[in-house]
Design a protein around this ligand. Structure first.
Ligand code: ZN
Length: 311
């Protein structure tokens, strides 16, 4: 049963704002953010018996925060001293967050939030942009990249691809994160040829995103050992179904593509230079086809040195 509007016994009908209720009424004006990024509740107090209290500001609570592991994909300047850092996280997909004061000499973040750094971050959730509160370095691959142009272009192509293939809508992409972390580690420790590592990363990241190429069967009829490859069609094509623009790679090239897709490094490391070059061309074309815009870093990758020791 509801409250009768004219019930003289009703507690609610006895109260007179400002006289019986010394707190008066509070008018909600909204939320603002203070310099630390905390939400501030803004109210105006109206009373009849007391002088108008005017505006009341109260920090109600810190914004919700979360801790996650992330790889820095890119950064860009914001204002005088801040940076917006784009990161691929282990469990929250891709995020963009502000690192305040990061460009000052005495920044508490130091050089931890540079591209290719793997970091453990504490982030406050903001309405528009999240704010990085703490950043601990797990490992930095940037220093190795900075002194070797071949590594840098390969690493740059990797982070750019990861950036393109992941969304900012908190869609978890742990497999993409794990793949990128492993690829950057393998690239910098020099275990395998950098172009092979890059091509393997590109094939696998596209596959995780749903663009796995068919390397065995014709994409139209399913016939095995299809001898042609068509980038737009998504992989192998038989002689009957090959679309215009198909190429006819060597059988060994198909084998190397498969090896890079599954991580058969014994096979990959021993592949011929001709074969590696053919694979690189196919992978580059395949990646460019499936990403909406061309990768800026990929044309910079110097593939002329690929597999010299195996040639
Ligand atoms: Zn066919």
């Amino acid at each position: 049963m509801g409250i009768a509007a004219n019930d003289p016994l009703s507690y609610h009908n006895q109260r007179k704002p400002g006289r019986d209720d010394p707190q008066g009424s509070l008018e909600f004006l909204g939320f603002q953010r203070n310099h630390l990024g905390f939400r501030v509740l803004v109210l105006v107090c109206h009373t009849l018996t007391l002088p108008d209290c005017g505006e009341i500001r109260a920090t109600i609570c810190p914004m919700p925060s979360y801790r996650t592991e992330a790889i820095v994909l890119r950064t860009h300047k914001l204002g005088e001293a801040d940076r917006i850092v784009t990161m691929l996280t282990k469990d929250r997909g891709k995020i963009r967050a502000v690192a305040k004061g990061v460009r000052r000499t005495k920044s508490r973040f130091g050089a931890r939030l540079e591209p290719f750094s793997r970091v453990d971050v504490l982030v406050h959730e903001g309405r528009n942009l999240d704010i990085i509160q703490q950043a601990e370095l797990v490992v930095s691959y940037g220093q190795d990249m900075a002194i070797d142009y071949t590594l840098w272009t390969a690493g740059q192509t990797m982070v750019e691809t990861a950036d393109r293939l992941t969304s900012e809508e908190s869609v978890a992409s742990e497999s993409q994160y794990v793949l990128l972390a492993a690829a950057l580690r393998t690239l910098t420790n020099g275990e395998h040829d950098s172009t092979l590592v890059l091509d393997s990363y590109l094939l696998r990241s596209l596959s995780l995103a749903g663009y796995s190429p068919s390397l065995d069967a014709c994409v139209v009829c399913g016939t095995f050992d299809a001898a042609f490859f068509n980038v737009g069609a998504g992989g192998s094509m038989c002689a009957d179904h090959r679309a215009p623009g198909s190429i006819a790679p060597k059988p060994e090239t198909f084998d190397l593509l498969k090896a890079l897709l599954v991580g058969d490094w014994v096979f990959a490391d021993n592949a011929s230079l001709t074969c590696q070059k053919e694979v690189s061309g196919i992978v580059a074309a395949y990646v460019q086809w499936h990403l909406e815009r061309a990768l800026r870093s990929l044309p910079l990758v110097d593939r002329s040195m690929t597999g010299l020791s195996n040639g």
